[in-house]
Write a protein that binds this ligand. Structure first.
Ligand code: 5AD
Ligand code: SF4
Length: 383
């Protein structure tokens, strides 16, 4: 009888896509999808290690399953970023775990799972594997889906574990991406999100991200294109013009700010100042009418003072984002900031998080109303 697989995903869209890829490989090998961990023969968690909280949650959930484990009848595995970050340390934390598989080895999961029924398996080798092998046909969405255009990151922002767990930046070939999208269209998909840790530095021979957007916009049958995520240091006026001019590209830009303080931005190794950021978004808003601007911010980075935090509040008031994800800084082993002194207390992080969240909620609400009013006014005018 076919074995059943249960796969739970933690973290970002790149992880969702990796899970889809893994599920596709296993379905191709004859596994069936389990609806619950109880009915599964293989239970896998695809994990996130960007912040400690998410990592700990996945590990403790897995720990709860392992307590009920009936030996040798089921395989329990941790795959993805935390597997890559913690390696065999995961066996120390979870002695009954059967399988650890890092980000570069997920294509080998079918063989690794077979072996894991006999003995404990750990595969955390090459995180810089080339991309073409990451193909599988299974898609969860019927109308919309994610298309990975690159993998890894070269930016080494000092708080971020991504370059260490997903490796160096590698772009897929433009022709592989467009042929994958054409195939998706044949299967009824009309809405796609192009994914990469920093899509603006996409490069295949002479094709850069703006040219790739044009190629994708030309694919017949695609109706909506979004992309995620952009780094401010690589976003250009050409990109903003492409968003304005390409009819299928949503007028949506996610441009992580992280901090509004020049001192903290420098410590974060972000490669821009608050002035440059403000100039960039002013241009983006000017060029793209009706732009929806989103961002990510971190509070409580080591040594962040009240003045630094006030600089962030001030910039947020000036920029007026439509939406923002706000995170409390979480030290990650091996990153540049992990050894930085002057940790900000948990209480201060909580307070700043609340303050920034309240400010952003107020701005988002007002902007929504303003947009609705403008829409109403233009309807009244056209009547
Ligand atoms: N602590 C808190 N937030 C982080 N992010 C990345 N690393 C950390 C960390 N160590 C946030 C950044 C990034 C988003 C995906 O997660 O804001 O843009
Ligand atoms: Fe992490 Fe910075 Fe790369 Fe984003 S750009 S994945 S924050 S190192």
């Amino acid at each position: 009888m076919s074995k059943k697989i249960f796969l739970r995903t933690f973290g970002c869209q790149m992880n969702d896509r990796d899970s889809e890829f893994v599920m596709g490989l296993l379905l191709e090998k004859g596994y069936l999808k389990a609806e619950s961990p109880e009915e599964a023969d293989v239970v896998l968690f695809n994990t996130c290690s960007v912040r400690k909280h998410a990592e700990d949650r996945a590990i403790s959930n897995m720990g709860a399953f392992l307590k009920k484990k009936r030996r040798h009848l089921k395989i329990y595995g941790i795959i993805g970023c935390s597997a890559q970050a913690l390696k065999k340390g995961l066996f120390e934390r979870l002695p009954d775990l059967d399988l650890i598989c890092g980000t570069g080895e997920i294509a080998k999961l079918p063989e690794l799972i077979v072996k894991a029924f006999q003995e404990k398996i750990i595969a955390v080798g090459n995180i810089n594997r080339p991309l073409p092998e990451l193909k599988s046909t299974y898609r969860q969405g019927k109308k919309s889906t994610h298309v990975s255009i690159m993998r890894g990151c070269d930016n080494f922002c000092s708080y971020c574990v991504v370059p260490y767990v997903r490796g160096r930046e590698r772009s897929r070939k433009a022709e592989d991406i467009t042929s994958e999208i054409k195939d998706l269209v044949r299967r009824g998909i009309k809405d796609i999100m192009l994914l990469g840790q920093n899509v603006n530095s996409y490069k295949d021979k002479t094709c850069n991200f703006v040219e790739l957007l044009k190629l994708v916009n030309d694919v017949k049958g695609i109706e909506k294109i979004t992309f995620f995520t952009s780094h401010p240091k690589d976003a250009t006026v050409k990109l903003f013009e492409a968003i304005r001019d390409l009819d299928k590209v949503r007028k949506h830009l996610h441009l992580p700010l992280q901090s509004g303080s020049n001192r903290i931005l420098k410590l974060m190794n972000r490669g821009y100042t608050r002035e440059k950021y403000l100039d960039l978004v002013t241009r983006a808003k000017h060029i793209i009418p009706g732009l929806f601007l989103g961002t990510d911010m971190i509070v409580g980075f080591p040594s962040e003072s009240d003045k630094d935090f006030n600089d962030t509040l001030d910039l947020v008031k000036k920029v007026r984002f439509d939406g923002a994800y706000i995170f409390k800084y979480s030290p990650r082993a091996g990153t540049g900031a992990a050894g930085m002194k002057d940790e900000v207390s948990e209480d201060t992080k909580k307070r700043r998080h609340r303050t920034l969240l309240d400010l952003q909620r107020e701005i988002s609400k007002r902007k929504k109303h303003e947009k609705a009013d403008r829409c109403h006014a233009s309807h009244s005018l056209s009547r």
